[in-house]
Design a protein around this ligand. Structure first.
Ligand code: CP
Length: 351
């Protein structure tokens, strides 16, 4: 059993708090932790492009004294010869002490964990989850707002395909008295597996109307690469743009976050406003990833149970973006909800 990080909600809040607190300590005294991972190797398997996640993980491991191997272009690996996800992960995990993986298909990192011989961290699985971005966001909130509870959080843009906001809402809904305003078009609203368990949320299609109520505004990019067609993307792009005129309707203690990269959803003029914290947020990500690597490699944590549900006779996941469609060796396993619907164990699609 390995300390994989597939979904933050596989762990208790006390573990999240421990990672974030260690991230803060590292940020305050980084030299104390130099060499803490000497002799360890991190394998980075990026099947999708990345700047922040990949480089902050690599920088984190190098700052801890460890080494890195991996690829950021799968076509320069034996994947181009047809090697499966299962076999690639089996091999690289034999060369590594810890792995970080990003992949375009939902549930792929959980599938990878099942054949990995070392812990694996989810660096983004399709439009599903991005748990280390959420640790980054939580460290940012703790540093900049001083708390993770009693927050009104507006999340704006592509809530359907944006994996960062799925992980963020799942985590922040576990803290007391947080509420959410989901600001998007009807087509790009949050999936039901995120909203179904939520108590305190509402939808809006107008950033102008709600910005004045918020403690936190979390802007997101429209995820062009996940749309079925360019025409569908064009219909949704440029619908929400935060400029100074809009930001001036926000409170003075509002903070503006964005996982980045941004396109045009935040005007460059906003960058100089003290409420714009997205570049600082990206920097915090390196420290929280240092903390995560240290904890996974060195601490004795109860590992997550990978498969919690079971196979239901004749029931298959029909989400075409789920890893179950491309890895035939995996069983279609589901968790039963209180209303008798089923949640796919890999991509969380409900049926
Ligand atoms: N926030 C984020 O995941 O950025 P990258 O895609 O550059 O890693």
């Amino acid at each position: 059993m390995k300390n994989h990080l597939i979904d933050l909600n596989d762990f208790s809040k006390s573990h999240w708090d421990e990672i974030i607190a260690l991230g803060e300590k590292i940020m305050d005294n980084p030299h104390i932790y130099e060499g803490s991972c000497r002799g360890s190797i991190m394998g980075t398997l990026f099947y999708e492009p990345s700047t922040r996640t990949q480089m902050s993980f690599q920088s984190a491991m190098l700052r801890l004294g460890g080494g890195i191997i991996g690829f950021d272009n799968p076509t320069a690996s034996s994947i181009v010869k047809g090697e499966s996800l299962k076999d690639t992960v089996k091999i690289v995990s034999g060369y590594s002490d810890i792995m970080v993986m990003r992949h375009p298909v939902a549930g792929s990192v959980k599938a990878a964990a099942m054949s990995a011989d070392c812990p694996i961290i989810n660096a983004g699985d399709g439009g599903h989850l991005h748990p280390t971005q959420t640790l980054t966001d939580m460290l940012t909130l703790r540093k900049e707002k001083g708390r993770l509870n009693n927050l009104k959080i507006g999340i704006c843009g592509d809530l359907k395909y944006g994996r960062t906001v799925h992980s963020l809402v799942k985590a922040l809904s576990c803290y007391e008295n947080n509420s959410f305003v989901f600001i998007s078009t009807d087509e790009l609203q949050m999936p039901s597996y995120i909203t179904a368990p939520l108590a305190n949320h509402r939808k809006s299609d107008s950033l102008d109307e709600v910005i004045g109520e918020l403690d936190v505004l979390y802007m997101t990019r429209i995820q062009r690469e996940r749309f079925p067609s360019e025409a569908e993307y064009e219909k949704q792009s440029s619908r929400y743009i935060l400029d100074m005129e809009k930001l001036d309707k926000g409170r003075s203690d509002l903070i503006v976050l964005h996982p980045l990269p941004r396109l045009n959803e935040i005007a460059v003029e906003v960058d100089d406003d003290p409420r714009a914290l997205y570049f600082k947020q990206a920097n915090y990500g390196m420290y929280v990833r240092m903390a995560l690597i240290l904890i996974i490699l060195n601490y004795d944590i109860e590992p997550p149970v990978l498969i919690k549900g079971r196979v239901y006779e004749g029931v298959k996941c029909e989400n075409e973006k789920c890893i179950l469609q491309t890895e035939p060796h995996l069983k279609h396993s589901f968790i039963e909800n209180s209303d008798k619907t089923l949640t796919c164990e890999y991509c969380e699609a409900r049926k």
